[in-house]
Design a protein around this ligand. Structure first.
Ligand code: BDR
Ligand code: CA
Length: 314
């Protein structure tokens, strides 16, 4: 099983990604770190604790991290995921609290104790990772691989016409990560991928609901607010699952159908904030990212349903 460190601003689709990691049998979640993003930090931490408990992994430590982006004021997406980030499902609080130790310290210390062993998966703004990189420039190389749900490589944005939320929320942090990244070490899976290959259609939702296991019911319930938002704002019948598809790629890289290596930067100016700048010139600097464009939709959905069917629950 793949040893994982997961950094997350846990809202509804982050929670499904945690279920995948903990429930598919393919992941061995060593620690979770939380960051402000879709929801404020305390809410993200609470949601991570609730989700791990439900998945039967109440032993996994959850370490809160940065409460705000490196330089910008915090912005949430509670209009998308619900005030509680979990579709306003009225979930009871977790039975335990967060672990001691700041997320940034954990991001620095865990991989240095197990060099090359852990895979880092980030599902929120890159603030914690950037703060850690400011203290250890080589940090990314200490992981086996780093997968980030970040960006919209084809400029199909969600928070603006051209930007994806995680990069937009803390673009300076994204730039710190991009400046330290190499294409062999870091893979980004963008929002565009989830809109093409990870949309839960009404049929998929029915299948999930009909499984009837505690995890399936939970996954269905917490995504109701996103489903309403996707229908009303984007005209989509169903909702997309950006964080779960990023997690699926980390757990099963063979699900990737199309990707490219490229040099990528991020725009910081007001009009284009958070937009990826992908350099396709022959004279471009060496690639710093592998950008995923397409994944195996059916393979992803099978992994998701299997995880919700077989995973142990508390
Ligand atoms: C990102 O923001 C949230 O909607 C999801 O959790 C994902 O991490 C997509 O832009
Ligand atoms: Ca997220």
């Amino acid at each position: 099983r793949l040893p994982l460190l997961i950094d997350t601003d846990t809202g509804s689709d982050d929670a499904v990604a945690l279920l995948l990691a903990a429930g598919s049998g393919a992941g061995d979640v060593r620690a979770v770190t939380t960051v402000a993003g879709n929801v404020p930090l305390a809410t993200a931490t609470r949601n991570a604790l609730i989700t791990l408990q439900l998945a039967g992994h109440a032993d996994v430590p959850v370490h809160p991290g940065c409460e705000r982006p490196l330089t910008r004021p915090p912005s949430t997406a509670q209009h998308v995921h619900g005030l509680d980030g979990m579709g306003d499902a009225g979930l009871p609080g977790p039975a335990r609290g967060p672990a001691d130790g700041h997320a940034v310290d954990v991001l620095l210390s865990l991989p240095s104790h197990h060099p090359g062993e852990l895979t880092l998966v980030t599902l929120g703004p890159l603030t914690n990772v950037a703060a850690a990189l400011l203290r250890d420039r080589e940090l990314l190389t200490r992981f086996r691989h780093v997968y980030c749900m970040a960006g919209a490589a084809d400029m199909y944005g969600n928070i603006s016409p051209t930007a994806e939320f995680n990069v937009w929320a803390d673009p300076e942090a994204a730039r710190v990560v991009l400046q330290a990244a190499t294409a062999g070490q870091v893979t980004w899976i963008g929002w565009d991928v989830s809109r093409r290959d990870a949309v839960m259609t009404p049929d998929d939702q029915r299948r999930l609901e009909e499984l009837g296991t505690p995890l399936a019911v939970f996954a269905h319930r917490i995504n109701r607010a996103v489903a309403d938002w996707a229908r009303d704002v984007t005209g989509l019948a169903g909702y997309d699952l950006p964080d779960p598809v990023a997690m699926a790629v980390a757990l099963r890289p063979e699900l990737v159908l199309e990707s490219e290596r490229a040099h990528v930067d991020v725009a910081l100016g007001d009009e284009t904030r958070g937009q990826l700048i992908i350099d396709h010139r022959r004279t471009a600097p060496p690639p710093n990212l592998t950008l995923v464009h397409r994944v195996d939709e059916q393979g992803f959905k099978r992994l998701l349903l299997d995880s919700c069917e077989h995973a142990p629950s508390a």
